[in-house]
Design a protein around this ligand. Structure first.
Ligand code: ATP
Ligand code: MG
Length: 777
C-alpha cells in the first residue's frame, strides 16, 4: 500500500527514487562517488521483490562477493522473510561458475570442474614451457600467463589467435614465435584436467550462450531483471554476457562512475558505459549528485583532483554534510617513519574520539608498501588486517590440503595431483612424474588414469615406483568412498590426518610448522562453519565440492566476517565501493603514485588520477595523505619526490602538517631522540649515493616541487627553539605525534637542550628541543 511504500522509500532522495521506481526497460545511473548508486541498486531489488517479482528472476552482479552478501542481507531486512536467499547475486566469476556447473557439460566439462587459480595456471604454463624445451628466460611463464589471460578476456581463442596475422607477428617480433602453441597446449591441458581458469569462467559462459541458443533462452527467461554495480569496470567478456542475457527482456539496470574506472589494465572497458545508450532502446538515464558519505572538504578536494582529467563525463557532486577538517598532508623522512606516523595518528584518534579500529583504513598503491605500516601498527599493538596480500587460501599448507580435496572431487585435476603426489614425501620422484605426464599427453588420458592403468601398460616405471603410485591411487579412492556419504568437515579432517600432512608439520616442530598446523585447524573450523551454514539451504548437502566452489572464488574481502575489530590495510584497487571514517593514503610520491609504469601516456596517467579519486572518496570524516623524502625501493634508498597529485588538490582544502623546518630530521638523530633504534634506518643511512651519512637533505628538485605545492613552504619559518622559549618544568605541551604531556625536566644547553616529558598516553620521552614538534599549551 501507499503509506508503506512511502516509509520504504523515505530513506532515498528524489533523484534516487526515480531509478528505483523506473518501470521495466533499460536504465543507467552514472554518478559520482558516495552518491548512493549501490544503495539505489539495493532498493531497486527490494522494490522489485515487493512488486511480486520472483527473486529467482533477478540477477545482480557486484564487485566482490562480500558486497553481494551485504546487499542480500539488507534486502532481506527490507522485504522480510527468507525470499532474498533465492536471488542470484555475486561477482561475475562466482555467478557464472555456478551457471557452468549446470550447463558446462554442453561444452564437455564435468559439473565438478576444478577452478585453477593464477598460481595453478602459472605452474601449468611453466611445465608446458619446460616440456616443449623452450628457453624459460625468453618464455617467462608469468608474462605468458598474463598474455593468455588477456587473449581470453578479449575472446581471442586459440583458433582466433592463429588466424590473426597481427598477433602472430607481434609475438614473433618479441622472439616468442611459439606462444600460440603454448596457448594451445595450455587450453588442451586444462580441458583434459576438467579445469577452468578464472578467465574461462567468462569465456566459456560466452561460448555456451553463443553456441547453444536453448541455453541462452533458458537464462534469458530466468534472469528477467539484471542489475550491475560498478559497471565502469566491466571488461569486454563481461559486457557480452550481460548483453546476451538482457537481450530478450531488456530489463537491465547498470550503475557506475566513469571517474572510478580503474581496471583498464585488466581489460575493463569504459566504452561499455558510453555504448550503453547505443545498445538499448529508450534508455532511462539518471544522475545522482548529492554525496552522503564525506565532508565538504573531502568532496570538494576530490572534485578538484578529477577536474584535471580531460576524459570524463560531466558530473556534479556536492554534499550537505559538514565542512569537516581539511585534508592533512604529512611528510616523513623515510617509509619507516611514515608507518610510525600513521600508527601514532591512528592511536591518537582512537584515544581522543574513542573509535574502534574498524574506523580506519590505510590505502596504498602497491602491496609491498604494507610492510612498513604493519611493523608500526604491531609495535603499537593496533590490530590490523591486510587484504589482498597472500590470502589465507593461498598459503602453502592450505593449498596442500585443498589439493587433496580437489583430487577427491576431480582426480583429473593435474595441478592438484602434481602438488601432492609426493607431498608428504612417499618416494615418487620427479622423473616418475615426468613419465606419467608424457604418457598422459601421448594417450589423451589424464595423469590419474595413467596411474590407474599401470598394471596393464608399461611406461618404464620400475616395480617399486609402480607400487607407490598404486598406493596413492588407492588412498585417493578411499577418500572418494568416504566423500559419497560424509559432509565436508568429516572428509577434510580425515584427509588432513590420513594423507600425513598434519603429521608432517607436527614432525617439523619449528614455530613455522606449528603455525601451519594451526592454519590447517583454522581451515577445518572454517569448513565446519560452512557445513553448518549449508544446512539452511534447501538442496545443499554441505559436501566438499560445495565448499571448494566457495573457496576457489573467495577473495580476501570475503574472508572478512566483520567479527573482529581491525584497521584495514589494502590497495586502492581493492577499496573500491568501500567507506571508512578515517582514511590514510600513504606513499604519495612520484613514481609510486602515479606509478612509474603508468606515466607514459595521458590515458595511463588519467587512470592513476582516477585511482586517487577513488582513494580519497573512501573517506567519510578525515583523510590523510602522506609521503616520504626517502624510500627503500628495489633494495636501494632513493630520493622521493612528492606526488604531482598533491599539487592538484585545491589548496583551500588542505592543511600541511610538516612545514619545511623539520627537514633537518634525520634517521640517526631520530633514534637518539626517541630512544627508538630503527636498525633499518641506521643501516640505510650509508648507501645514499653521493651524500655523506646524516645529510639526507631534500634535493633542489624536491624543494622546488614542494614550494609549488604549498607556497608558504618557501618562507623560512622560525626555528622551533624560538617558539619553545618559556618552556619549563611543569609546562603543558602538545606534540604532533605523542599528543599532550607535561614537562618533567629540562637539561642541556643550546643545540643539545632536551626536555623529558610525560605524555598523557603514559610514556616518558626525552626530546631534543631543536627538532621536537612541540607546542606549549
Ligand atoms: P561509490 O561510488 O563509492 O561506490 P555509491 O555511489 O555506491 O559510492 P553508496 O555506497 O550507495 O554510494 O552510498 C554512500 C553512503 O551514503 C552510504 O553510507 C549510504 O548508506 C549513504 N547514503 C546514500 N544515500 C543516502 C540517503 N538518501 N540518505 C542517507 N544516507 C545515504
Ligand atoms: Mg557503490
Amino acid at each position: 500500500n501507499n503509506s508503506d511504500q512511502n516509509t520504504f522509500l523515505s530513506v532515498l532522495n528524489e533523484a534516487q527514487k526515480a531509478p528505483v521506481l523506473h518501470k521495466d526497460g533499460p536504465l543507467m545511473v552514472i554518478a559520482g562517488a558516495g552518491s548512493g548508486k549501490t544503495r539505489v541498486l539495493t532498493y531497486r531489488i527490494a522494490h522489485l521483490m515487493r512488486q511480486e517479482v520472483d527473486p529467482f528472476n533477478i540477477l545482480a552482479l557486484t564487485f566482490t562477493n562480500k558486497a553481494a552478501r551485504e546487499m542480500k542481507k539488507r534486502i532481506a531486512e527490507l522485504v522480510g522473510g527468507s525470499e532474498a536467499k533465492n536471488l542470484w547475486m555475486g561477482t561475475f566469476h562466482s555467478v557464472f561458475a555456478r551457471l557452468l556447473r549446470f550447463d558446462g557439460d554442453r561444452l564437455g566439462y564435468p559439473s565438478n570442474f576444478t577452478i585453477y587459480d593464477t598460481q595453478d595456471s602459472q605452474r601449468l604454463i611453466s611445465s608446458i614451457i619446460r616440456e616443449m624445451g623452450l628457453d624459460k628466460d625468453i618464455y617467462k611463464y608469468k608474462q605468458i600467463q598474463q598474455r593468455i589471460s588477456s587473449y581470453k578476456n578479449s575472446l581471442i581463442t586459440v583458433k582466433a589467435y592463429f588466424q590473426n596475422p597481427e598477433l602472430l607477428e607481434a609475438d614473433a617480433m618479441s622472439k616468442r614465435p611459439r606462444l600460440g602453441e603454448i596457448y594451445q597446449n595450455y587450453v588442451d591441458r586444462c580441458f583434459k584436467a576438467g579445469a577452468m581458469d578464472f578467465d574461462d569462467l567468462l569465456l566459456r559462459t560466452n561460448e555456451l550462450l553463443t553456441r547453444f541458443p536453448d541455453v541462452l533462452m533458458k537464462y534469458q527467461d530466468r534472469f528477467r531483471y539484471i542489475l550491475v554495480d560498478e559497471y565502469q569496470d566491466t571488461n569486454h567478456s563481461q559486457y557480452l554476457i550481460v548483453r546476451a542475457l538482457a537481450d530478450r527482456y531488456q530489463n537491465i539496470c547498470v550503475v557506475g562512475d566513469d571517474a572510478q574506472s580503474i581496471y583498464s589494465f585488466r581489460g575493463a572497458n569504459i566504452d561499455n558505459i558510453l555504448n550503453f545508450q547505443r545498445d538499448y532502446d529508450d534508455v532511462g538515464m539518471y544522475r545522482l549528485e548529492q554525496n552522503y558519505r564525506s565532508t565538504k572538504n573531502i568532496v570538494n578536494a576530490a572534485n578538484s583532483i578529477i577536474a584535471n582529467n580531460k576524459n570524463q563525463l560531466e558530473k556534479v557532486v556536492w554534499t550537505a554534510n559538514s565542512e569537516g577538517n581539511p585534508i592533512r598532508i604529512h611528510r616523513s623522512p623515510t617509509d619507516a617513519e611514515e608507518g610510525r606516523y600513521v600508527a601514532s595518528s591512528i592511536f591518537e584518534h582512537k584515544m581522543q574520539q574513542q573509535l574502534p579500529n574498524g574506523s580506519f583504513a590505510v590505502l596504498y598503491r602497491t602491496n609491498s608498501q604494507s610492510r612498513a605500516i604493519e611493523d608500526a601498527l604491531r609495535k603499537r599493538d593496533i590490530p590490523y588486517r591486510i587484504y589482498g596480500g597472500l590470502s589465507f587460501y593461498q598459503r602453502k599448507e592450505i593449498k596442500d590440503v585443498l589439493a587433496y580435496l580437489r583430487l577427491v572431487i576431480n582426480p583429473g585435476d593435474e595441478e592438484a595431483l602434481k602438488r601432492v603426489i609426493n607431498y608428504p614425501a612417499r618416494g615418487i620422484g620427479q622423473a616418475t612424474v615426468d613419465k606419467l605426464v608424457v604418457a598422459a599427453n601421448q594417450t589423451g588420458k589424464t595423469v590419474f588414469e595413467v596411474m590407474e592403468s599401470l598394471g596393464s601398460t608399461d611406461i618404464g616405471i620400475h616395480a617399486g615406483g609402480r607400487r607407490r603410485l598404486e598406493d596413492f591411487v588407492t588412498m585417493i579412492k578411499s577418500y572418494q568412498v568416504l566423500d559419497a556419504t560424509a559432509d565436508a568437515f568429516t572428509l577434510a579432517e580425515h584427509v588432513a590426518k590420513k594423507s600425513g600432512l598434519l603429521q608432517e608439520f607436527k614432525k617439523d616442530g619449528t614455530p613455522e610448522g606449528i603455525a601451519r598446523m594451526e592454519n590447517i585447524e583454522e581451515l577445518l573450523n572454517g569448513i565446519k562453519d560452512f557445513v553448518e551454514g549449508q544446512k539452511e539451504i534447501a538442496d545443499a548437502r554441505g559436501d566438499i565440492s560445495e565448499f571448494l566452489e566457495d573457496v576457489a572464488l573467495a577473495t580476501d574481502l570475503d574472508m572478512d566476517k566483520g567479527d573482529d575489530d581491525r584497521v584495514a590495510l589494502m590497495t586502492i584497487h581493492l577499496a573500491k565501493g568501500l567507506e571508512f571514517p578515517y582514511v590514510y593514503i600513504v606513499g604519495m610520491e612520484e613514481d609510486l603514485f602515479p606509478s612509474a609504469m603508468s606515466m607514459n601516456t595521458r590515458s595511463e596517467l588519467e587512470e592513476e588520477r582516477r585511482l586517487f579519486y577513488v582513494a580519497l572518496t573512501r573517506a567519510e570524516t578525515q583523510a590523510y595523505l602522506t609521503y616520504t623524502q626517502n624510500r627503500y625501493r628495489w633494495g636501494k634508498l632513493i630520493d622521493a619526490e612528492p606526488s604531482r597529485f598533491l599539487q592538484e588538490i585545491d589548496e583551500k582544502y588542505i592543511e600541511n602538517l610538516t612545514p619545511e623546518d623539520s627537514y633537518q630530521f634525520r634517521p640517526m638523530l631520530n633514534a637518539a631522540i626517541f630512544g627508538e633504534v630503527d636498525k633499518r634506518n641506521l643501516r640505510r643511512e650509508k648507501p645514499v649515493a653521493g651524500k655523506p651519512p646524516g645529510q639526507n637533505q631534500p634535493t633542489e628538485k624536491q624543494l622546488r616541487r614542494l614550494r609549488k605545492i604549498r607556497p608558504q613552504l618557501s618562507q623560512p619559518s622560525g626555528s622551533e627553539g624560538v617558539s619553545l622559549e618559556g618552556l619549563k618544568e611543569g609546562s603543558l605541551v602538545d606534540h604532533s605525534r605523542f599528543g599532550k604531556g607535561t614537562v618533567l625536566k629540562i637539561e642541556g644547553i643550546g643545540n643539545d637542550k632536551k626536555a623529558e616529558i610525560r605524555f598523557e598516553r603514559g610514556d616518558v620521552k626525552k626530546l631534543l628541543l631543536r627538532f621536537a614538534k612541540l607546542q606549549i599549551l
